[in-house]
Design a protein around this ligand. Structure first.
Ligand SMILES: [Ca+2]
Ligand SMILES: [Ca+2]
Ligand SMILES: [Ca+2]
Length: 547
């Protein structure tokens, strides 16, 4: 008995020591991903949800690019390593090139995606209305794991201590192993969780449809405290700074709570529900309200510093603070930029529908989606290098062995600089011809790459063209394009049915003496541009031959 107790005590001591070491290691690695001017790795910009970036940020409403998804965007973008990630209610998670807005990949979940992705290392984590939490390879969009919760997931994940923290409409806050998706613990709040958990000092903070704000131990899920707001719903996500937790509630109040005890420091009454999540910078908090206003409050006292009135509700859209400016969206369809000190309007931009997503700031740009289906990148376009293959068209679909055809390739210089590069056409894996191309910024050209089919066997070939990556080019998925299949057959088999017969002869007949184009190029068997007696002769020589 004594021995068992002794062993149990030893085990507890050891596991707590291991947990402490793990916790310290993970805290260190988390810090590396926060506060960088060129990244906004998760909802509210970091684990403590301050919504603050040290990046410069746009002073006017110039858009450097926009991308149209298939439906509403309420998801807020994550930006890491020159890539922008966002979800859409069309069910997809998208990855874009930060400079060009070019699409790297998209991943289809089983239903609309309302919450925001979180990037940790090379993994992306996100929830979907299909009830799953997904882990994807951030480079490729490939599925790593998925975990089924009991209801839709509108909560955005926080990744810390090797775990993914995320809420579900099934009422649980989940801690999942970030590598495997295995359940570490789950905590029942008794009502749905749309709020997104914040992490600070080993604690996880989250709001719930129960009307409570919860503080749990991040490693064990043990209850630390809960605070009851005056409403039945807390959708707002907590922000944690200077030992305080800031959060809004449907009871119209913005709260400051003691992060250690859950005791109330102060509360500030707005005119309607507060579903927006507070941002914190320079001892001020910034938050929107359904009463149409954006508020700036003294973080210590809750005293009003300024308010700015938009033309409609500020729902879940939550401010981002950077460069002494506040960015936020409103149901009135505008994205606003306000002076953080005075609350004066710096600029606004009208999107095509309501804005409930929250802005993300990185690399001097602001990224935000709208119910008009677009993701916008605000800020002057940074000059970039980008070559794109627009089309690949072989001149024939069937060609006699040993005869020639061409592969026409259209290339566009979508970048900001004059570029010189090589373009190569391929039949399956075999390179056919390479040409050097020089293009001014914005220009397009079509080149013809020759294919002499001598030595190629009589099968089908997939045709592809590739432009070499130019120096500084970040978006390279469009440097390769595969299009079209060419069949190599017996000379004279114009229609490609593997026999030379009357069907082929009649194709020569109906196009007699016509030039290519507009006559079909397959009928110009010898490729001299005219359909005449020399083509008819090839049919004669190979009459009734079969492959
Ligand atoms: Ca490219
Ligand atoms: Ca034929
Ligand atoms: Ca001919």
């Amino acid at each position: 008995m004594t021995r068992t107790r002794h062993n149990l005590l030893l085990m507890l001591l050891l596991s707590s020591a291991i947990a402490t070491v793990l916790s310290i290691q993970h805290v260190k690695s988390n810090i590396a991903t926060l506060g960088s001017v060129d990244s906004w790795p998760m909802f509210r910009g970091g684990l403590s949800h301050t919504g603050y970036s040290q990046s410069t940020a746009p002073n006017d409403n110039t858009t450097s690019w926009k991308y149209q998804t298939g439906y509403w965007i309420s998801s807020s973008a994550a930006v890491v390593g020159g890539k922008v990630y966002v979800g859409s209610y069309d069910g997809n998670v998208y990855s874009f090139d930060v400079l060009t807005g070019g699409l790297f990949w998209r991943f289809k979940t089983g239903a609309g995606v309302t919450p925001s992705p979180s990037i940790f290392g090379n993994n992306l984590y996100i929830g979907s209305s299909d009830g799953f939490v997904y882990s994807l390879n951030a480079s490729t969009g490939g599925l790593i794991w998925k975990y089924k919760t009991g209801d839709r997931v509108d909560s955005s994940p926080a990744v810390a201590y090797g775990n993914v923290y995320i809420g579900s409409a099934d009422g649980y806050l989940y801690s999942l192993n970030a590598s495997t998706g295995a359940l570490v613990w789950k905590y029942p709040t008794g009502a749905g969780i749309d709020s997104s958990p914040a992490i600070a000092d080993g604690k996880v903070y989250v709001g719930s449809y129960s009307g409570f704000v919860y503080c749990l131990d991040a490693l064990t899920g043990a209850f630390v405290w809960a605070f009851q707001t005056g409403a039945s719903i807390v959708v707002s996500s907590p922000a944690v700074a200077n030992g305080s937790v800031y959060i809004g509630s449907e009871d119209r109040y913005v709260y400051s709570l003691n992060a250690s005890t859950g005791g109330m420091n102060w509360r500030f009454q707005t005119g309607d529900m507060v579903m927006s999540s507070p941002a914190i910078a320079s001892n001020r908090i910034y938050v929107g309200s359904s009463d149409h206003n954006v508020y700036s409050l003294n973080a210590s006292s809750g005293a009003l510093i300024w308010s700015f009135q938009t033309a409609d509700m500020v729902l879940e859209s939550s401010p981002a603070i950077a460069d002494d400016k506040v960015y936020i969206g409103s149901w009135d369809s505008y994205v606003y930029c306000l002076n953080a000190t005075s609350g004066g309007l710096v600029w606004r931009f009208k999107t095509g529908a309501n804005v409930v997503a929250s802005p993300s700031v990185a690399s001097g740009k602001v990224f935000i989606g709208s119910y008009d289906h677009y993701l916008y990148s605000f800020g002057l376009a940074t000059p970039f290098h980008d070559i794109s293959i627009i089309s690949v068209k072989p001149t024939k679909t069937a060609v006699g062995q040993n005869y020639s055809l061409a592969v026409n390739v259209t290339i566009e210089n979508r970048g900001s600089f004059r570029e010189s590069f090589n373009v190569t056409a391929y039949a399956n894996a075999t390179s056919l011809q390479t040409k050097n191309v020089t293009l001014e910024s914005g220009d397009q050209t079509t080149i013809s790459l020759a294919w002499n089919t001598t030595g190629f066997s009589k099968v089908n070939y997939f045709i592809r063209a590739n432009a070499t990556r130019v120096s500084g080019e970040t978006f390279t998925v469009d440097n390769t394009l595969q299009n079209g299949v060419v069949e190599i057959t017996i000379p004279g088999d114009v229609n490609g049915d593997l026999v030379v017969d009357i069907a082929d002869a009649s194709l020569i007949g109906v196009n007699w003496q016509r030039t290519v184009p507009p006559a079909p190029s397959n009928a110009d068997i010898n490729g001299d541009g005219i359909i005449d007696v020399s083509d008819a002769a090839i049919i004669g020589i190979n009459w009734q031959k079969q492959v």
